[in-house]
Design a protein around this ligand. Structure first.
Ligand code: GMT
Length: 375
């Protein structure tokens, strides 16, 4: 099949999932065309059957806000025609599903049809889509997609609760990992040797937006550090990084908190960690948590959103109430100070990630959906 994929290319879970999906589809013999404004960050320079079509918004003094959505629709329209695409699969509703609908309508006017599949990822439904400025267009674009998937049952329920979308049968297709990449044994313990130096490594990876509550992570670490020799490694960047750095300074623990900035290849880091910490209050899935589990790193997270579909409390990590820093630190200490318990959790985490979220099974579900959409 010839598949057009649109996503946010620079950073974030939805772009990572869309790109990994495209790479996996190409490996299975499909032709994949990424249509977006920049080369997706997880896409290596060249792969057979993978192509990139850049969207250029141009510059014109009249445009204080260059209309990317329209330029994207035009690029989708021409790519469908020139590359004879079979379908468009867009990741994150705003504005991608809207642009795909415009492209579809342009093609319809020319006597062609193109199925549009929209995958909802999280904040497109739980935050951005609920903003008054975007609510109506988000609902419209979901309703007009030929098929809609959500990355968790939680997100499907939120979509129906917030937008109705009664005509859509939203299919839950969880995110996935490549077990060969997210494998503890596959990576040298460089980070452990360089930064850990005999101490436990707690890790967090995100885009440091307010929904992630990154200050809580520093507070949790502060309590753990009082009980166990440990360091905190913060990977990524975003609006609340400064607040997290400030929190570490205020607590006087800045020398044990390492901010690495954005790093795209996270598997080698996760494979060196002892515990992954996720404090989002509305996480639709938690791709980084899944990647940590697959690397045999137990996860402690706030019990909210779709993370409860990923982490098994007491088996692969711990889930505690949102905002309960004390309970999170107690859970972290209990896991980290008991080697037998940690070993059991680490093995269970790697096994459960492989059993429920391996790329082979999940990519096959997208393929089945593509077949339904095109026949
Ligand atoms: O907020 C982020 O981490 C980025 C965001 C995105 O759309 O890029 O991530 C969302 O999609 C990921 C991939 O499906 C999910 O794993 C994340 O849970 C989800 N983020 C939130 O719901 C906050």
């Amino acid at each position: 099949m010839k598949i057009g994929i649109t996503c946010y290319p620079t950073y974030g879970g939805s772009g990572a999932v869309a790109t990994e999906l495209g790479i996996a589809l190409a490996a299975r013999g499909h032709e994949v065309h990424f249509i977006t404004y920049q080369q997706p960050f997880r896409l290596p320079v060249f792969l057979p059957r993978v192509f990139f079509h850049e969207v250029d918004v141009g510059r014109y003094p009249l445009f204080q806000y260059p209309p990317y959505d329209l330029a994207l629709a035009v690029r989708m329209h021409e790519t469908v025609i020139n590359e004879r695409l079979d379908l468009l699969h867009v990741h994150y509703a705003i504005p991608h599903a809207t642009s795909a609908w415009i492209a579809k309508e342009m093609l319809r006017a020319e006597g062609r049809d193109i199925p549009v599949i929209t995958t909802l990822h999280g904040t497109d439904i739980t935050i951005v889509g609920q903003d008054h400025s975007f609510h109506a267009i988000t609902k419209f674009s979901i309703d007009r997609s030929d098929h809609v998937t959500a990355v968790s049952q939680y997100l499907k329920d939120e979509t129906i609760r917030t937008f109705g979308c009664g005509s859509q049968n939203v299919q839950v297709i969880h995110n996935f990992i490549d077990p060969a990449v997210y494998d503890r044994a596959a990576h040298p313990p460089t980070l452990r040797e360089q930064i850990g130096a005999g101490r436990k490594i707690l890790m967090h990876i995100s885009n440091f937006r307010s929904v992630k509550r990154v200050r809580d992570i520093v507070r949790i670490f502060d309590r753990v550090r009082q009980e166990l020799p440990s360091v905190l490694v913060m990977v990524g960047d975003g609006p609340d990084r400064v607040a997290a750095e400030e929190e570490a300074r205020e607590l006087g623990i800045e020398h044990d908190v390492h901010f690495l900035g954005r790093i795209h290849a996270v598997a080698p880091l996760l494979a060196s960690a002892d515990l992954f910490v996720l404090t989002t209050d509305r996480e639709s899935f938690g791709l980084s948590a899944l990647e940590a589990l697959a690397c045999g790193t137990p996860v402690i997270a706030y019990e909210a959103g779709g993370v409860v579909e990923v982490v098994k409390d007491g088996v692969t990590g711990a889930l505690r109430p949102v905002g309960d820093v004390d309970a999170m630190s107690a859970a972290a200490i209990a896991i980290l100070r008991d080697d037998d318990r940690w070993n059991a959790m680490s093995a269970a985490a790697a096994a459960d990630a492989r059993a429920r979220f391996s790329a082979d099974e999940i990519v096959a579900r997208y393929e089945a959906l593509y077949t339904t959409a095109t026949t």
